[in-house]
Design a protein around this ligand. Structure first.
Ligand code: NCD
Length: 312
């Protein structure tokens, strides 16, 4: 029985809770495939999206997932809101909470922003990315995609390559995947990896060839230029030569390796175009699975609210 009010990260979820989300997502994915996504919508409820940072996939798929489940979805357009008049995050959230949203889906540049809002609001909060901290639903959709193709997590070698330091996607994946028994290797230039990632249970290396050898899964990450304060590599061309994912690198992995990327991709920088569009790539499958996973998360949170008698 689901009884968590919010989903702010994978750090505190148990194996069972992760499996519960992934199993429900499988049922949601079947409904989407059978054009039945809207079939068993919930009793009317209300979802609010609050994105302080840009988004294409995450925001749209949350909106569609909520609509498939029968929610009314409203978006606080940050750039036209009173945030621009200097209203604080907590005041903004508390005011919106009074309007009665059941679920608030939030992206913010500050680590811990959704955790703060979750503590102060009756609405359930879903973290859609907080700074460099966590992006739980991205990791869940990555895990769903891996499980769909490999049928397990235990013992898989999963390599995450690129700008690890700035990646909330990498952190959530490390939390989730290691919990499920996968071996996670983080690879990238030493300027883009923090040593504390090792303490999270992943292997850390700058030796890309060794990292990719016999890999079952390769996840590429975007170079997050907007978060980099000082230059972390001499130039983009050199980065792609040394750390770009290309055919030659892929040949070191297992024959049935799958290649993923959370998007948006800098084509030709962290990954070559033939890999992005190639046979091993599941990048667009990830996007499709994102809707199913977000439906599952919203459904479970609504169940949790009911089980705990929380109304808004
Ligand atoms: C990621 C994000 O915003 O954290 N994108 C996403 O949600 N699909 C990764 C990125 O921006 O590079």
């Amino acid at each position: 029985m689901w009884n968590r009010k919010d989903l702010v990260g994978l750090k505190d979820l148990s194996q069972d809770q992760i499996m519960e989300i992934l199993e429900l997502a499988k049922a949601m994915r079947e409904k989407i495939d059978n054009k039945e996504a809207r079939k068993d919508s919930l009793k009317k409820f209300s979802v609010l999206t609050l994105f302080y940072e840009n988004s294409t996939r995450t925001k749209t798929s949350f909106t569609m997932a909520a609509e498939f489940l029968g929610a009314d979805v409203n978006d606080l357009g940050i750039s036209t809101s009173s945030v621009k008049k200097g209203e604080s995050l907590i005041d903004t959230a508390k005011n919106l909470d009074q309007m009665g949203a059941d679920i608030m889906i939030m992206r913010h540049g500050m680590t811990g922003a959704p955790h703060l809002i979750a503590k102060n609001c009756r609405g359930s909060v879903v973290n859609a990315g907080d700074g460099v901290n966590e992006h739980p639903t991205q990791a869940l959709l990555d895990m769903f995609t891996i499980h769909e193709h490999k049928g397990k997590f235990q013992g898989l070698k999963i390599v995450i390559i690129g700008d690890i330091k700035h990646s909330r996607v990498a952190r959530s994946n490390v939390f989730g995947l290691t919990k499920m028994g996968a071996n996670v290797v983080l690879a990238g230039p030493s300027t883009m990896i923090t040593s504390n990632m090792k303490a999270l249970g992943a292997d850390v290396t700058s030796d890309l060839n060794a990292a990719v050898k016999d890999a079952d899964v390769i996840i590429g990450l975007r170079i997050q230029l907007e978060r980099q304060k000082a230059g972390m590599f001499p130039d983009i061309r050199e980065y792609s030569q040394l750390f770009g994912i290309n055919k030659k690198l892929l040949s070191l992995a297992k024959d049935d390796v799958i290649v993923m990327h959370p998007g948006p991709v800098n084509r030709g920088v962290e990954m070559s175009t033939d890999i992005i569009d190639g046979d091993n790539s599941l990048i667009l499958d990830q996007v499709k699975n994102g809707v199913a996973v977000r439906m599952a998360v919203i459904k479970l949170l609504m169940e949790g609210r009911k089980n705990n008698g929380i109304t808004n």
